[in-house]
Design a protein around this ligand. Structure first.
Ligand code: ADP
Ligand code: AMP
Length: 217
């Protein structure tokens, strides 16, 4: 049966890093809504241009637009075995929509690792983050440096610093997370799906913990 895992946590918690590390092992697709919006922006689609008006301010893209994009993505055949969702859901109404979508596939969310990192650490993580232009892979100048500065280890693409990783925008993204996304902690805890993971540990230690959780899910 397909597995759907929601990686929950603030911006900079390590969701994308971990999804990249464990997706292949479990034959799950890494579905990042942030990456999907950025790909749309690169292609200058209407969706990308609309999303950018929210992303540039660190605000959430409206639920209806985001939900429609995820529905289309999860319906593709490469998600047949399931997905590691990174950055979605971000509001209770997105979480309800996800449950409805998955029930259409006779499936459900199996596990919600909540990667906890205190706000003080997030600014440093995001201001040192370097993102791959092609595959969205992420590095950190101090905690996970690429072998060659400015070049992605995985596909050789150029690395860049996201505009919304500037301190001012990050502060708003954390505020938006606290106001709109933290209700999901209770949402999934009350459904017995939430497992807390200490995201301040090393990238390797967090991976080991997630692998063991996914194996059991
Ligand atoms: P998210 O997808 O949750 O926004 P990322 O996976 O992009 O977070 O990680 C944010 C930044 O922090 C990246 O630069 C990444 O290399 C770094 N990072 C991720 N996990 C850790 C960790 N456990 N310790 C230190 N730095 C980390
Ligand atoms: P991320 O790559 O997860 O840090 O997301 C970058 C930006 O994309 C966010 O600040 C939002 O503007 C937008 N975004 C990503 N995922 C969602 C979502 N589930 N709902 C609304 N907006 C989103």
């Amino acid at each position: 049966m397909a597995k759907y895992i929601v990686l929950l946590g603030p911006p900079g918690a390590g969701k994308g890093t971990q999804a990249d590390l464990i997706a292949e092992k479990f034959e799950l697709q890494h579905v990042s809504t942030g990456d999907l919006f950025r790909e749309n922006l690169k292609k200058m689609t209407d969706l990308g241009k609309l999303a950018q008006t929210f992303m540039s301010k660190g605000e959430l893209v409206p639920d209806d637009v985001t939900i429609a994009m995820v529905r289309e993505r999860l319906n593709r055949t490469d998600c047949k075995k399931g997905a590691l969702l990174d950055g979605f859901p971000r509001t209770p109404s997105q979480a309800d929509a996800l449950a409805d979508m998955l029930s259409e596939f006779k499936s459900k969310v199996n596990l919600v690792p909540y990667i906890f990192v205190p706000a003080e650490a997030l600014i440093e993580r995001l201001s040192g983050r370097w993102t791959c232009k092609t595959g969205g892979h992420v590095f950190h100048e101090k905690y996970n440096p690429p072998r060659m500065p400015g070049v992605c280890d995985l596909d050789g693409s150029e690395l860049y610093q996201r505009d919304d990783d500037k301190a001012e925008t990050v502060k708003n993204r954390i505020k938006v997370y606290n106001e709109q996304t933290t209700p999901l902690i209770e949402y999934y805890r009350s459904r017995n799906l939430l497992v807390e993971v200490d995201g301040t540990k090393s990238i390797d230690d967090v991976s080991k913990e997630l692998i063991s959780l996914v194996e059991k899910a």
